[in-house]
Each structure stands twice: as structure tokens, then as C-alpha cells.
Design a protein around this ligand. Structure first.
Ligand code: NG1
Length: 495
């Protein structure tokens, strides 16, 4: 499989759902029935794309560094039919996600101020047409669409429910307009499209949602987006557990996710200036990855290009504690609002925050980006299984500590859950995804998974059941073992 391959199209559920095909069939029949009830006709096709769990490499994709996720079995399904002159977006769970209607104009604005679940579909719709325009391809006339969506990826959980809905929607829009694009192209434009919803995300989630494969984790790299296989050690199982602290990325972006994106860019610019770049060229430096050659030039020598040298440079050049806006403006020779002219989400960050942590964020990024190839190298090494598991676990533990202490994207609940996971025997455990709530991922041995899950249920979830926050029957969705699953596909089913 490569980024140049076309999107998979199947006329059967088995290649996607494997052992779980019968349950999937019943689910698709329910979606079809909901579609027929609302629209009075059957859907022409289905598109689906999965959530993901990131095994290692957090908050570095938008800095240009590779990450190591795997696709999950949970996904979003979009049933679709060409009809009418609007985009009518419905959800099987209509109480939670009420029907929305939008124009078919691909140039329409997404109203970020009014957060609304239908925005994800519109973002994908715009993304398809904008991609065609950007590559100079002729676009078909925009068609009215009837849509019924059903998702099983927990929302606000760090498992990329947003990428699953954006990617599945993009595949449905493409199918109905007869547009064929490669997996790499869809990964790239859906990452950009999701930014219409107000989060300045990197490209990890969309890439793995589109390019995931059963049984295989992926090292995903960017510019251009590409994915290489990482075969996990035999007997290694990853257990996802939901802290149940909801982190709504789009709604809290100015104080969390988008603030970190701004802090990293400002850290990159300030580092470049302190490494001797003119203020004008320092302002053009957008990511910490772009600072690497400047560090290498200043600290010449065999190790100047390592993560260790980058960390040493940050420790030497960036001071502890927050930088105030005025201090950064002095170093970069420009008003921050001018630096971000036209970038609405960054301007919202600047309006809401006057202090920026640069040193801690850069220290996290330069250490975390090294853990990704290290993780891959352990998997590919000739070491015995136990040695591999121990090394992978250590990398995961270090990643969590860095997210908690340097990137400050953990939460009380996530830290408590990681502790429970470790006490229950996890070889390694960390928050996964953006953080500030959502899920943890833990490494366990296959033969010990059931016992591990039972212990975590007792140590973390029992209290939540007693407090009435969840029901016993919800537990399988709160904690589950996962194997790498299939990526996005179009399904032409005869149900
Ligand atoms: P989540 O919140 O798990 O979907 C987000 C970003 C990723 C990446 C991670 C942190 C979006 C859509 N995704 O993931 O690109 O930056 O945080 O590693 O915003």
C-alpha cells in the first residue's frame, strides 16, 4: 500500500470488518433503514473511515515530525445519495446530532463561531472541491446530497472521531461526484479541510484514518504525507481506556490545542532569532523542524543534528517561565497580530492569551520526535519479545511524563488513569491524542490483557459507576484491547 494507491472500494463488508462482519451487517442495515425512513429511498453507497489511537509521537505532527498511530475498529459510516439541491446531513442518533441543511456551494463559509456537528461534513465537502481547484483539475457540478451518518468512535476522547467523520464524508462526496483521488491526496486535503472547523490540526489523524491497514501500525510522515509499516512485537496488545473527561478540541482550542500550535511556532521563531537569523528571516520560520539546520550550523560536530543537541540548544537559549507578548515582539521585530494576519484561529489565540511558554514546549517536541523512530527501531530490531516490550513501555512512559510536565496537555483524570494502568500491570501507559481529557493507551501482554482490564475497571471505572457517571454496560466502550484495523473505504453493498 502506498500513498499513491486509489481509495479502496468493496462490495462486501468482510474485507473491512473481518471477524466482526455480522455485527457490522446489522449496523449497516440500521443505517440504511434510517436513511430510507428519512429520505424515502435507499442510499447509493456507503463510505467509512476509522478512528485511531496514536501509539507514540504526540503534538509533533504540526511541527513536521513523524508519528506512529494505528487505525481502530471503531469508525464513522456515511450513507449517501445524490438528490435535491442541498446537502441534507442527518445522523442515526438524531437526538444528539439533529438534522442540518447546507447549500451546495463549495465556497460557503463554515461558521466556526457556532459550533455545529454538520460543520464536519461541510468542511470535507469544501475540501474536495478546493483540492480539485488547487491541482487545476476540472470539477464536476456540485450536486445535492442526502446523508445519514452513524459513528462509533467515542467523541472528545482523543481517538479522532473528527477525522473519522471528515474522511468518511470526503469519500462519500467524492463517490457521488465521480471524483477519484489517491489515498495520499485525500489524507492531505482532509487534514487542511478539518481546519475549517477551527482546529489548526496536524495531519496524523486523517492520514492513518485513510491509510490504516489490518494488523499493522504506521509511521506517518509529512510533506508529502506517506506511511510505512511498523510490525508490532508478537503478543503486544494496546489497550485503550477512556478517562471520561471530555475534551472538546474545537471548543477549547484557543486555550489548549491552538495555543500550543502558536507556542511552538513562536518558540521556533525566537530560537531562530537567537541562533543569529535576522528578525525578518526568523519570522518566516514556522516549525521547530525548520530550526534543526540552524542548530546544526551553530553547534557543528557529529552530534549537532541529534535530539540531544536540539534539547541542549533550547536549554541554553530559551529562558524558563512564560514569554510575554512584548518580549517576543521585540525578538521578532514585529507585532504578533501582524505575524498572524489573516489567520483567524491564531488571532483568537492571541486575543485570549498574553503569555507563552516556549522552552517547555520546544523541549517536549525535540524529545518526543526522537521517541517515534526509536519506537519503530525497537519493533524492527532483532531483540527478544520481552526486551522489545520493556523498551517500548519505557518510551511510552517517557512520552506521558513529557506531555504532562512539559507540554501540559494532560489532566487530573488522565494522570490518575495512567497510574491505575501502571499499577494494573501496563508495561507502558500514556495519554493519546490531543489530551486535556480523553483516552490513555497502555501496552500489555496478550495473555494478561483480560486480567489487566479487570484491574483497571476496579481501580478507575468502578468509582464512576458508583457515582452514576457510567453504567456497567457502558464499560466495553470505556476500555478495550485493540488491534490495528482497516483504513477508509467506499462500500457498494447490496443489503
Ligand atoms: P486528536 O485530538 O486525538 O484527534 C489532535 C490532532 C492531531 C495531533 C494530536 C496530538 C486534530 C484533528 N488532530 O488529535 O493532528 O496533533 O492532537 O498529537 O486536531
Amino acid at each position: 500500500m502506498s500513498a499513491g494507491d486509489p481509495i479502496n472500494v468493496y462490495d462486501d463488508l468482510a474485507p473491512v470488518y473481518g471477524d466482526a462482519t455480522e455485527a457490522a451487517r446489522r449496523r449497516y442495515e440500521t443505517i440504511k433503514a434510517a436513511f430510507e425512513e428519512r429520505f424515502g429511498a435507499a442510499p447509493e453507497a456507503f463510505a467509512r473511515s476509522p478512528g485511531r489511537v496514536n501509539l507514540i509521537g504526540e503534538h509533533i505532527d504540526y511541527e513536521g515530525y513523524g508519528v506512529l498511530p494505528m487505525a481502530l475498529a471503531v469508525d464513522t459510516v456515511v450513507a449517501v445519495r445524490k438528490a435535491g439541491n442541498q446537502l441534507v446531513v442527518c445522523n442515526v442518533d438524531a437526538d444528539k446530532y439533529p438534522e442540518k441543511a447546507f447549500s451546495v456551494d463549495p465556497a460557503q463559509e463554515v461558521d466556526v463561531g457556532k459550533h455545529n456537528w454538520g460543520n464536519y461534513f461541510v468542511a470535507a465537502y469544501k475540501g474536495v472541491f478546493e483540492h480539485l481547484a488547487a491541482k487545476g483539475a476540472a470539477a464536476p457540478a456540485p450536486a445535492g446530497l442526502q446523508i445519514m451518518i452513524h459513528g462509533t468512535v467515542p467523541t472528545g476522547g482523543g481517538l479522532s472521531s473528527s477525522a473519522a467523520i471528515v474522511c468518511a464524508s470526503a469519500l462519500a462526496v467524492m463517490r457521488m461526484h465521480g471524483i477519484e483521488l489517491t489515498k495520499g491526496e485525500v489524507s492531505e486535503f482532509t487534514a487542511k479541510a478539518e481546519r475549517y472547523v477551527g482546529v489548526t490540526s496536524g495531519g496524523m489523524d486523517q492520514a492513518i484514518s485513510i491509510m490504516g491497514m489490518p494488523g499493522i501500525a504506521k509511521l506517518v510522515e509529512f510533506n508529502p504525507v506517506r506511511a510505512s509499516d511498523v510490525v508490532l512485537p508478537e503478543g503486544a496488545v494496546f489497550v485503550v481506556a477512556n478517562s471520561l473527561a471530555i475534551s472538546n478540541k474545537a471548543e477549547s482550542a484557543t486555550k489548549h490545542y491552538n495555543l500550543r500550535v502558536v507556542e511552538c511556532r513562536l518558540a521556533a521563531g525566537v530560537l531562530a532569532a537567537l541562533l543569529g537569523e535576522s528578525k525578518e528571516s526568523a519570522r518566516q520560520v514556522l516549525t521547530l523542524k525548520e530550526v534543526e539546520p540552524l542548530i546544526e550550523a551553530k553547534y557543528s560536530g557529529p552530534k549537532a543534528s541529534t535530539s540531544g543537541a536540539q534539547t541542549a540548544a533550547v536549554e541554553e537559549l530559551l529562558h524558563e517561565g512564560a514569554y510575554e507578548t512584548a518580549e517576543i515582539e521585540e525578538l521578532l521585530g514585529a507585532k504578533l497580530t501582524d505575524l498572524y494576519e489573516g489567520n483567524a484561529s491564531a488571532l483568537r489565540v492571541l486575543a485570549a492569551n498574553g503569555r507563552f511558554e516556549l522552552r517547555k514546549r520546544a523541549l517536549h517536541v525535540y524529545a518526543e520526535k526522537q521517541r517515534v523512530p526509536d519506537f519503530r527501531d525497537v519493533c524492527n530490531s532483532g531483540a527478544g519479545v520481552e526486551e522489545k516490550l520493556a523498551k517500548l513501555g519505557k518510551l511510552m512512559d517517557e512520552s506521558h511524563a513529557s506531555c504532562r510536565d512539559l507540554y501540559e496537555c494532560s489532566s487530573v483524570e488522565l494522570d490518575a488513569l495512567v497510574q491505575v494502568n501502571k499499577a494494573a500491570g501496563a508495561i507502558g501507559s500514556r495519554l493519546t491524542g490531543a489530551g486535556w481529557g480523553g483516552c490513555t493507551v497502555s501496552l500489555a501482554r496478550e495473555g494478561e490483557v483480560e486480567g489487566f482490564i479487570e484491574k483497571v475497571k476496579g481501580g478507575y471505572f468502578k468509582g464512576l459507576i458508583e457515582a452514576g457517571r457510567i453504567r456497567e454496560e457502558d464499560l466495553p466502550e470505556c476500555i478495550f484491547a485493540s488491534k490495528p484495523a482497516s483504513g477508509g473505504a467506499v462500500l457498494t453493498l447490496k443489503l
